[in-house]
Design a protein around this ligand. Structure first.
Ligand SMILES: [Zn+2]
Length: 267
């Protein structure tokens, strides 16, 4: 423990989607109001190294799906001083289009993925439009290409990526969804990704409607809290509140980038 480095962790918004709050919960929402979501890539820096968590989608994919793309994933990472062409390790939470696109931006990277996610994205579940919808075939064939290029590091459950950085399989939203836990100056921080899209999903035990296994999704909410040093150190995957609650690294980046490792200053 004494040898474990502390890491800086950034959430960087690259896109958004205007929708109703009812769209974010199975069974809808009693308040018939707006419930927009943000799309993030996350970056971990420390000990002279960099890890990127998820690679977003590009403008063409955003247009196809009616999402507003503010910047591509490469430009998003430049905002925190990361040159995407030099990134060597990427952790992919799951293979949905909004988490594993932008293929050409990471020519040097290896990708940490869960075995079950590859199984899910290349197996019989993809014959079912209801499960296939959030996947883009090109993302998946690119992942398969990377297997043959020795650029995939498979994990089966929990695994250590580096001292103080671990991945944790939770499933639920997809068969192979994994969260990332990082040691920071404010203790253990959990990047829940789509284990919980919004704060309300995990805080209230209300599942998001895109789901492979509801029980695993609900258990994933609990697991996120168990793994974090405090409930305020669990970061949901798509909630616009994240950018309001955590401090921006520079005033001009407010509303675009926040430093998760510093803890929330507005909660
Ligand atoms: Zn997502």
């Amino acid at each position: 423990m004494a040898q474990m480095p502390t890491y800086e962790v950034y959430a960087i918004k690259y896109a958004s989607h205007v929708r109703k709050m009812a769209d974010n919960f199975i069974g809808g929402d009693p308040h018939d109001g707006p419930g927009p979501i943000d799309y993030f890539v996350w970056a971990i820096k420390g000990n002279g190294r960099v890890w990127v968590v998820d690679t977003g989608f590009d403008a063409a994919e955003g247009k196809k799906r009616g999402r507003i793309v503010d910047r591509d994933c490469g430009d998003a990472l430049k905002l925190v001083g990361i040159d995407h062409t030099q990134v060597e390790e990427v952790i992919i939470s799951h293979f949905h289009y909004d988490h594993c696109g932008s293929h050409h931006l990471f020519p040097k990277a290896k990708f940490h993925v869960q075995e079950k996610e590859m199984q899910y994205a290349t197996g019989p579940c993809m014959c079912m439009p209801a499960l296939r919808g959030p996947f883009t075939a090109k993302d998946i064939t690119t992942m398969v290409d990377r297997v043959f290029e020795d650029r995939i590091i498979f994990h089966n459950g929990d695994a250590e990526i580096a001292p103080g950085i671990t991945v944790h399989h939770v499933g639920g939203h997809t068969m192979g969804l994994q969260m990332v836990r990082v040691w920071t100056q404010t203790g253990w921080l959990v990047l829940a990704a789509d284990a919980s899209h919004m704060y309300a999903n995990m805080e209230q035990g209300r599942p998001f409607p895109i789901v492979y296994n509801v029980f695993d999704m609900l258990r994933g909410h609990q697991r996120a809290y168990e793994l974090a040093g405090s409930p305020k150190n669990v970061v949901p995957g798509h909630d616009p509140l994240v950018l309001q609650r955590y401090p921006a690294p520079k005033p001009e980046l407010k509303g675009i980038v926040c430093r998760l490792d510093l803890g929330p200053n507005n909660w």
